[in-house]
Ligand binder design. Structure first.
Ligand code: SAH
Length: 348
């Protein structure tokens, strides 16, 4: 890649289908070394080891932020789950698989190449074993909580690993009656349950609800009620019946998957935050998240402030958080800061 004056800018992966034609892999005239992929994988893995995370599942490679654009590698105990989300990385999967097998020595590597973004690259959606064997179910631990994970069909690569540190942070405030809205397989619900009197977990997916119940039993969590419901309807219903909570978690899916959806997404965020703030007791905590990279932190703070004003709630900001440290942000690529997590306290 060259500047207008013909000076080399750097080297990039090329896609002949995507709107993202070039993904930078190096800057300056020199080409990346022949085994730059293996070197960067090793560096990314060494960084995760240095974090000494209290979990057996975490992200080993986070795309751009590990200088391996559009490559995701997640670790689930002895297994790895890989996603190749551009033509350039997809073509290098054999080399990536060989390097991962050598560095990590996993029992199996699964390619979860079913995200829809692959279609924008002209790549097919497929799930296949690249190395060893990968079971349909495997068990991992995050802090004190054990989860059964389905790496073949679970959302993302199986778990929402990016929320691990936000779950840890939320434990500092959780108490009383907890509402975990958009709970998937119970990430927040199960890690906060020991600090709460009772837990209500809500998710629209029958699979997710079955998983929460299974994981609750596995962890001996008995104070939990799980409902298969649309959160928008359930919040309205809870308001109608006069329910109140001391701790609420809102962790919806990305409402704005593209720039065109931002306006509608903002009204979705406004609605759930407004209703949650009404359901929250004074002195209670709201952990509210947005994983839409098209909604910036400033926009998210604004919409939550509007919700507080409309709910006539006085609210203080206790913590402003992002995705965990195993999902680092590349500061020159703002899209890599996608997960915002605000911990708020309702004063009155
Ligand atoms: N909090 C979870 C991750 C949530 S992901 C964790 O910590 O692991 C978002 C979840 O929202 C998904 O499980 C999805 O099934 C669910 N979902 C999407 N739209 C919903 C809706 N309208 N009502 C309820 N759940 C919904």
């Amino acid at each position: 890649m060259k500047t207008e004056r013909g000076r080399p800018v750097g080297h990039a992966l090329f896609s002949d289908e995507s709107e993202i034609t070039l993904r930078m892999i190096s800057v300056g005239a020199a080409a990346p070394s022949g085994d730059f992929i293996a070197e960067r994988l090793a560096a990314a893995i060494a960084y995760r080891e240095s974090l000494a995370l209290d979990a057996t599942a975490y992200r080993l490679v986070h795309g751009e932020a590990d200088r391996l654009p559009s490559l995701i590698v997640d670790r689930y105990g002895d297994y790895l789950v890989v996603q190749a989300l551009s033509q350039g990385i997809d073509r290098r999967l054999p080399e990536i698989t060989a390097a991962l097998a050598r560095i990590v020595r996993p029992a199996g590597i699964l390619a979860r190449n079913d995200p829809r973004v692959r279609l924008l690259e002209g790549l097919e959606q497929k799930v296949e074993v690249l190395h060893g064997d990968v079971p349909e179910r495997l068990e991992v631990r995050e802090g004190a909580v054990r989860y059964l994970v389905d790496p073949w069909k679970g959302q993302k690569t199986g778990l929402f690993l990016d929320q691990r540190e936000n779950r840890e942070a939320a434990q500092r405030y959780a108490r009383g009656r907890l509402l975990d809205a958009f709970s998937y397989n119970g990430g927040f619900a199960l890690s906060l349950a020991p600090r709460c009197d009772s837990v209500l977990a809500v998710d629209i997916s029958a699979d997710a609800v079955a998983r929460i119940r299974e994981n609750a039993a596995r962890n001996g969590v008995a104070n939990i009620d799980v409902r298969e419901m649309n959160v928008f309807d359930e919040l309205r219903e809870l308001e109608r019946t006069g329910a109140r909570f001391d701790t609420i978690v809102l962790d919806p899916p990305a409402f704005a998957k593209n720039k065109g959806a931002v306006q509608k997404a903002m009204s979705g965020y406004k609605e759930i935050n407004l209703r949650a703030l009404k359901l929250l007791q004074p002195g209670g905590f709201l952990v509210t998240c947005s994983c839409s990279y098209n909604v910036s932190e400033a926009m998210f703070l604004d919409v939550v402030a509007e919700a507080a004003a409309d709910a006539a709630a006085e609210v203080s900001l206790v913590e402003k958080r992002a995705q965990g440290r195993d999902h680092p942000i590349l500061i020159t690529v703002p899209e890599t800061y996608y997960l915002k997590c605000l911990i708020l306290r309702k004063l009155a």
